[in-house]
Design a protein. Structure first.
Length: 209
């Protein structure tokens, strides 16, 4: 099983083993993809019961497919693929945030149905970002998505950012949040570059998979 390293600000580094909760098929002997590793680590951040918000993107979709059975979760999402992955689950209540479907992203933006992100209060929000840097914080390449992501941050008691290694230290066009708003960052990046190290000390807790 892959190792996982959790680093809290001002604390020593400790390691443990991540449970591979991925339900996606994989060739025998093949290394898990970054999305699978990050999603498996994100399972530790889930409440057994409560309300979670899942953003759009491949890592969020992998997390949706990996949700353990037998819990009592309400999942709110703006992602059509996430909603479709969970629609067959009888133990998960799925609420889809309405709006226009953003081409290429598979996410709804620019509107809402009975409740938009600004009206919600959730236990944990799992947010994806196209860029995570100490200087600019959390960024996305699509400005139309930034408002929805910003409201997701504000709706959550706890914010978990899911970011593959290529996004650490990277900056995209539209900023939607600061590192200080992130309770936990989960990434497969070693964060051993100057930019990565600045990101690591800028969040409350860093989990490397």
């Amino acid at each position: 099983m892959p190792g996982r390293t959790s680093v809290a600000a001002g604390s020593a580094i400790d390691t443990d083993c991540a449970a591979d909760g991925s339900s996606a098929p994989r060739t025998a002997g093949a290394a898990p993809a970054a999305e699978e590793l990050i999603a498996a680590a994100a399972l530790d951040e889930l409440p057994f019961r409560g309300t979670v918000l899942l953003d759009a993107g491949p890592v969020a979709e992998e997390l949706a497919r990996s949700l353990p059975a037998g819990g009592d979760l309400t999942v709110i999402t703006n992602s059509m693929p996430v909603a479709m992955a969970l629609i067959v689950r009888e133990d998960v209540t799925v609420l889809l945030i309405g709006g226009r479907i953003q081409s290429g992203a598979g996410a709804t933006v620019g509107g809402h149905g009975t409740a938009g992100p600004e009206d919600l209060q959730v236990d944990v929000a799992f947010i994806t970002a196209d860029g995570v840097s100490a200087e600019r914080g959390l960024t996305t390449r699509a400005p139309v998505e930034s408002a929805a992501k910003r409201m997701m941050l504000r709706a959550a008691d706890r914010v978990v950012v899911l970011a593959p290694s290529e996004r650490i230290g990277h900056v995209e066009l539209a900023r939607f949040g600061a590192l200080a708003e992130v309770d936990c960052l989960i990434t497969d990046s070693p964060c051993d570059t100057p930019a990565g190290r600045r990101v690591g000390v800028g969040v409350q807790r860093l989990t490397r998979v």
